[in-house]
Design a protein around this ligand. Structure first.
Ligand code: C2E
Ligand code: CA
Ligand code: CA
Length: 399
């Protein structure tokens, strides 16, 4: 028996000619293709056997946004390509919304579609779905696997949480100035599980999140200290959810860990990833202020989105501003995104902060960020987050 399962793709486009052409290209790329010309039919056919869907946003009767919403309520998890004749901003808005509904948008294309473009994205997706376990990069809201607090607690006990490290590059010198540590769950059966699949559950169970945060701080400090021992010093950042910032002894505990590992507090930094409403803003302010008094760096993460706002910037003693990657990634095609990056850089500098552009994926975007005066760059252009054994390679490339 062969265990190679056909990769299935479903196309929704009311223009039959276009659907047919897209279908032929997809078949060329290896997919087994089904076509649908109306939304109700599409939703009734779609089940979790499909690996990929192409969705036209302009469908008579039920529009693409209705379809996106309905998709998010179904037990399916396909890669999604959005196509539309609508203008770029509408398409961008639909894309953002789809992401918020937990869909995995792989590409967004304006009609008329170039055959070379769709062929290239489809063959990439075909390769990917053939090689990569489906759970990778899955979104918590849409994942086929769900974990409970007990699973996560056991995983902490079994030391299954590991850190990967992504370099932060000094845009003036081109050298590594530090690493951001990002947690992954090394699951015995599922392989690497990404934080989107378990952090939201942890954030509801503060005890578990606190236990994990303690472990990752230890891991990151141990890594930093190991390199210091070999004469290489760089900054190390960990991500901390403000949900964990409720224990008033947190600053002392962290400071003691930093000193115990022989790391300079100036080289240790926390990125505050704010996703939820702060229940006790005074506690958070108390804790952040006392971390700063001890010399530990504080970054405001995902600046420009959600709660990472001007008010937080004013209120808390941040030393670094990380522009949200959505603005950086769009900055080449979208003037407004570039303006937002530029304004954030200027604002950060006026407030005496170091500014980081996250999500740099190309040389062109790196150039834009350099021209805008940004201090530090981070993103796939330099390196994806890597396991610790690959750090020497990155240091050699950007040393
Ligand atoms: P974040 O802190 O904003 O981290 C950046 C995320 O963007 C990472 O995803 C990283 O892999 C990804 N990324 C980096 N460069 C690029 C790029 O050029 N293009 C694109 N498309 N993505 C890029 P990851 O590792 O899946 O982490 C997701 C989020 O989970 C993080 O967002 C952070 O909020 C949270 N997180 C990660 N590790 C921890 C942790 O140890 N503790 C806590 N509390 N949260 C964590
Ligand atoms: Ca971060
Ligand atoms: Ca971020």
């Amino acid at each position: 028996m062969s265990d190679v399962k056909a990769k299935k793709l479903l196309i929704l486009d009311d223009e039959e000619e276009i659907a047919k052409i897209l279908g032929e290209i997809a078949e060329d790329c290896g997919f087994s293709v089904s076509l649908s010309h109306d939304a109700m039919n599409f939703l009734s056919i779609l089940d979790n056997s499909y690996d990929c869907i192409i969705l036209d946003l302009m469908i008579p009767g039920m529009d693409g946004v209705d379809v996106i919403r309905s998709l998010s309520q179904k037990e399916v998890d396909p890669d999604v390509i959005l196509i539309s004749g609508a203008d770029r901003r509408t398409l961008h808005s639909a894309q953002t919304l789809a992401g918020e509904y937990g869909l995995r948008i792989r590409s967004v294309m304006e009609k008329p579609i170039r055959i070379a473009d769709i062929r290239s994205i489809l063959s990439e997706l075909f390769e990917k779905s053939a090689n990569v376990p489906r759970l990778k990069n899955s979104n918590s809201g849409n994942s086929r696997f769900s974990f409970n607090a007990q699973d996560l607690y056991k995983a902490i006990q079994a030391d299954q949480f590991v850190l990967h490290y992504q370099p932060k590059i000094d845009l003036k010198t081109g050298k590594v100035e530090g690493f951001e540590s990002l947690v992954r769950w090394s699951h015995p059966e599922l392989g690497l599980v990404y934080p989107d699949s378990f952090l939201p559950i942890m954030e509801k169970e503060t005890k578990i999140l606190n236990a994990m945060t303690d472990k990752i701080i230890d891991l990151a400090l141990a890594e930093c200290s190991k390199w210091k021992g070999m004469g290489k010093e760089f900054r190390m950042a960990v991500n901390v959810s403000p949900v964990t910032l409720t224990e008033l002894d947190f600053p002392e505990r962290v400071y003691a860990k930093v000193k115990e590992k022989g790391v300079s507090q100036r080289d240790f930094q926390m990125e505050i990833t704010e996703t939820s409403f702060l229940e006790n803003i005074r506690f958070t302010q108390d804790i952040l202020t006392r971390l700063r008094i001890r010399g530990i760096g504080l970054a405001i993460d995902d600046f420009g989105t959600g709660y990472s706002s001007l008010k937080q910037l004013h209120r808390f003693p941040f030393t670094e501003l990380k522009i949200d990657k959505s603005f950086v990634m769009d900055s080449l095609e979208d003037r407004e995104s570039l303006f937002i990056c530029q304004a954030s850089i200027d604002l950060g500098h006026k407030l005496g902060m170091t500014v980081v552009a996250e999500g740099i994926e190309t040389k062109e975007v790196e150039n834009l960020m350099k021209e805008a005066g940004c201090d530090i760059g981070q993103g796939y252009y330099y390196s994806r987050p890597i396991p610790p054994e690959k750090i020497p390679e990155v240091l050699a490339n950007f040393g």
